[in-house]
Design a binder for this molecule. Structure first.
Ligand code: ATP
Ligand code: MG
Length: 369
């Protein structure tokens, strides 16, 4: 899979820019605040339908403009595709693949997949469970359209149930609607657990291999998936998962009403990362944290390859310069056959390490080689 070309119009600090890429390696350099990260963000948008950095599409529109457009020329499964997103301009968000309107944003990820790594990804290890759930969701939504649909539905139900719990003290009649929500949340929740358990297992295998190599075999990384307590086996049968989720909801019925919060369900899932048997979140050093976060991302890339048969494009934002030369070399050697985009500052000696196209970004304008 590769991104051959990209067109940006009124996206962040870009006015109107077309750029063609190298099939293997693209180095994007420039001074601070010129548009390097924005360019990678545009690629994430074209694969996920939204940005990983913001919740609102409006933030992506260039200041003072009415909307933005992105268009990518992608080569995958031996065919060429054209993915397009249009936001604003007084209309509803419009996504098309080969000029055909898409029903859901997940259609974009059937064309282009991205794995993005940046310095803030240290949060993947350091922060609470929500950061790792987001990583899991972002990866799985790209891989499994059924997961993406279940997640959207689950989040909708969760928000609605939370509103009911908040309001039911004033309106006790709302309590009668809870069983219906609980059943539908258990049904969709079981789908999430099914996919998450399998993804976590693969993640553990690939991330521990990557981390082992990167640390010279000195450290062992493990990833384990923890979901709702009553679930005896997350790999279990769908019907059994639903029953076990319902059981947990029943146990928490009164606690949910008195706390006015939704306490039961896979929205509280955790992916625990350990180094040599102890929590990475609590004990890992700066360097170990960086290596562990990178290992998770490289693992996600391998899982994509295993499931889809092609490497997703790898977006490395400002990360190589932070690694010591041994780790830089390790990462670059591991890139294998996929396409990669690497941003760096002008003075980095990175472009001498890499073979590929070098682009200079200055104030939202890209000059090609
Ligand atoms: P650094 O090396 O510091 O990471 P960068 O080249 O990655 O810099 P970007 O994050 O891509 O920089 O941002 C470039 C500029 O885009 C910033 O100055 C930011 O203020 C500007 N910018 C962000 N959003 C918008 C927007 N919606 N409209 C116009 N400009 C924007
Ligand atoms: Mg940046």
């Amino acid at each position: 899979m590769r991104l051959d070309s990209l067109y940006l119009e009124n996206f962040r600090n870009y006015v109107s820019q077309r750029v063609d890429f190298d099939p293997v390696c693209n180095v994007i350099c420039g001074e601070n605040a010129q548009g390097k990260t924005n360019l990678l963000e545009a690629m994430v948008c074209l694969s996920a339908g939204k940005s990983h950095r913001t919740r609102s599409d409006r933030e992506l529109i260039r200041f003072g403009e009415a909307g933005f457009r992105l268009e990518g020329g992608v080569y995958t499964r031996n065919r060429e595709f054209s993915s397009r997103i249009e936001v604003g301009y007084g209309r509803k968000k419009k996504i098309t693949v080969n000029k055909v309107p898409a029903k859901a944003a997940s259609e974009l990820s059937q064309v282009l997949n991205t794995v993005f790594f940046c310095p803030e990804d240290l949060q993947l290890i350091r922060d609470g469970a929500a950061a790792r759930r987001r990583f899991l969701d972002m990866s799985l939504c790209q891989l499994r359209p059924r997961y993406a649909a279940a997640l959207t539905e689950y989040q909708r139900l969760h928000e609605h149930k939370t509103r009911i719990l908040r309001d039911c003290a004033e309106r006790p009649d709302l309590i009668a609607t809870l069983p219906d929500f609980n059943l539908r949340m258990a049904e969709t929740g079981a789908v999430l657990i099914h996919y998450r358990a399998r993804f976590a297992k693969l993640l553990s295998r690939y991330a521990s291999a990557a981390h082992g190599e990167c640390s010279g075999g000195r450290e062992e990384l493990t990833v384990s998936y923890r979901t709702v307590k009553t679930v005896s086996d997350p790999f279990g049968d769908h019907k059994l998962l639903v029953l076990q989720l319902l059981e947990h909801q029943r146990e928490h019925h009164y606690a949910e009403i008195s706390s006015r919060q939704c306490l039961s369900g896979p929205h509280k899932d955790e992916i625990e990362v350990q180094l040599d048997g102890i929590s990475a979140r609590s004990y890992a050093s700066q360097g170990q944290t960086r290596t562990a976060a990178l290992s998770l991302k490289l693992a996600a890339r391998e899982i994509h390859k295993e499931i889809i048969g092609e490497y997703p494009i790898l977006l490395l934002d400002d990360v190589l310069s932070e690694l010591d030369p041994k780790r830089q070399e390790y990462v670059l050697n591991r890139l294998g056959s996929g396409q990669v985009f690497i941003t760096c500052c002008e003075e980095d000696r990175l472009h001498s390490l890499l073979k590929g196209n070098v682009y200079r970004v200055s104030d939202g304008v890209i000059s090609s080689p």
